[in-house]
Write a protein that binds this ligand. Structure first.
Ligand code: AMP
Ligand code: MN
Ligand code: MN
Ligand code: MN
Length: 279
């Protein structure tokens, strides 16, 4: 039986709905045998998740999903896997990335107020589990609560996606810095959900090349939101660029995700899975 690895998910330490230990229990129930918790810009949930995983005999590796600004005001997400979570550069780098979020949230609330949605900063905060990690997802939950939209996805389409009234552009980490933090801490850097970026195919290839030049080694060939065509495309990219392949649900919580923990299709058999790189 191929491994049921799920190397990308979120807890309440960022914008997920479940506590790290609850997430681990759900992974075990779903038959996952290797899990990485990858909260946005934050590693504060790893100790709880690791202890919970050890208690039930589930394989666990450290993870993080770093927000990166790249090119012409594009945001891309870089997942770090299997690093030392005490490494000083990683710890201080992530703290710096997180530190911009609160001011950004204030600006988002101002923009949303102009668009007719008042009280969004305080409203979003009610959904935040970690004060350093206020995100668009928390705003989306508040906007659903107010009845402006039936679900989080619709909120993004109308208010929070790039180009919409509540979107505020933001300077995240530099691509090279993010890869360095991960690698210097002994980990492997992986391009998260490559199908989710609104890039032309030329920009997409430029991203893969830049990432490889920076020392990036992996790509999520199978991600919760990817369809068969995308999986074929990203498998081709893994072969062409020599990337390790990752398998990732990007689970955020029941009712808010494309797919549940561990329920993704398997990686194409000829690719080298990222977890074999550290065996
Ligand atoms: P932030 O880091 O604050 O920009 O928030 C990014 C998060 O918003 C992502 O990690 C997703 O969880 C969520 N998100 C982004 N786009 C969408 C979308 N179209 N539908 C649902 N959630 C989204
Ligand atoms: Mn998220
Ligand atoms: Mn992401
Ligand atoms: Mn994610």
């Amino acid at each position: 039986m191929p491994k049921n690895a799920d190397l990308h998910c979120h807890s309440i330490v960022s914008d997920g709905l479940l506590a790290p230990a609850v997430l681990v229990e759900r992974a075990r129930t779903n038959g996952v045998d290797l899990l990485a918790l990858t909260d946005h810009d934050e590693i504060g949930g790893l100790d709880e998740a690791r202890a919970a995983a050890a208690a039930v005999g589930l394989g666990f590796i450290n993870g993080v999903e770093i927000s990166v600004s790249w090119g012409d005001d594009q945001t891309v997400h870089i997942v770090g896997l299997n690093f030392d979570h005490h490494h000083a550069d990683l710890v201080t780098g992530l703290a710096r990335v997180r530190s911009g979020r609160d001011a950004r949230a204030g600006l988002m609330a101002e923009e949303l107020a102009k668009a007719g949605i008042d009280g969004a900063y305080a409203g979003a905060l009610k959904y935040v589990g970690n004060p350093a990690l206020i995100s668009r997802s928390h705003f989306a939950r508040y906007i659903v609560e107010r009845g402006f939209a039936p679900d989080v996805k619709t909120v993004f389409d109308h208010w929070l996606a790039k180009g919409k009234p509540g979107y505020v552009s933001h300077a995240w980490a530099d691509l090279q810095d993010a890869v360095n933090w991960i690698r210097d801490a002994g980990g492997i850097a992986v391009i998260a959900h490559p199908g989710r970026y609104r890039l032309t195919s030329a920009e997409r290839r430029a991203l893969y090349a830049a990432f490889k030049d920076c020392g990036g080694q992996g790509i999520e060939v199978v991600s919760g939101s990817s369809n068969e065509t995308e999986i074929r495309e990203f498998a081709g990219i893994a072969r062409e660029f020599g990337f390790l392949a990752s398998r990732a649900s990007d689970f955020h919580g029941p009712g808010e995700s494309y797919i549940d923990l561990g329920r993704m299709v398997q990686l194409p058999a000829d690719l080298k899975p990222v977890w074999e790189a550290w065996n």
